[in-house]
Design a protein around this ligand. Structure first.
Ligand SMILES: [Zn+2]
Length: 153
């Protein structure tokens, strides 16, 4: 699935779910948003599914409550708060080149992330062989299965 297809077909269901009851406490939702290549000892890798969902939900729906003043070049840290449950999520943006950046979303409020996650779109980065080192995220072809994994029913 391409990022555009994801945004058109899958994202609306996630946004609708957040409208009625936020997903902050869902372990699968936290797992997806927390994807961080630093956990795998690879070069920079971004997970498109994580970034599209984090952008739509955290960056656009949550309230900005703080940021790191005067951050180093190519780096930004911002704190957001869920308008429904008050959960705090920190978004960390890093830029590695003109065409490569990533954002990680870490919830600070109590709650657990799932052990493993699913994706529909997949990874981007400098080296394809880095993608294989990510062993706790698996591709699925099923939108329903993906949505279920996030706690969207
Ligand atoms: Zn919430």
């Amino acid at each position: 699935m391409t990022p555009d297809e994801f945004a058109a077909k899958v994202l609306p269901a996630i946004e609708a779910a957040c409208q009625s009851n936020c997903l902050c406490a869902e372990p699968g939702f936290r797992k997806l948003l927390s994807f961080d290549f630093d956990d795998y000892g690879t070069g920079p890798v971004a997970l498109a599914d994580s970034e599209i969902v984090g952008d739509a939900i955290v960056l656009r729906r949550f309230k900005l409550v703080g940021k790191v003043e005067d951050p180093p070049i190519g780096f930004a840290l911002r704190r957001y708060e869920c308008p429904q449950c008050g959960a705090v999520c920190v978004a960390q943006f890093d830029e590695y080149s003109i065409s490569m950046n990533r954002t990680v979303f870490r919830f600070e409020s109590p709650g657990k992330a799932a052990e493993s996650g699913l994706y529909l779109v997949g990874f981007r980065g400098f080296k394809r062989e880095d993608f294989a080192k990510v062993t706790d995220f698996e591709r699925t072809e099923s939108q329903e299965e993906f949505l279920r994994s996030l706690g969207v029913v």
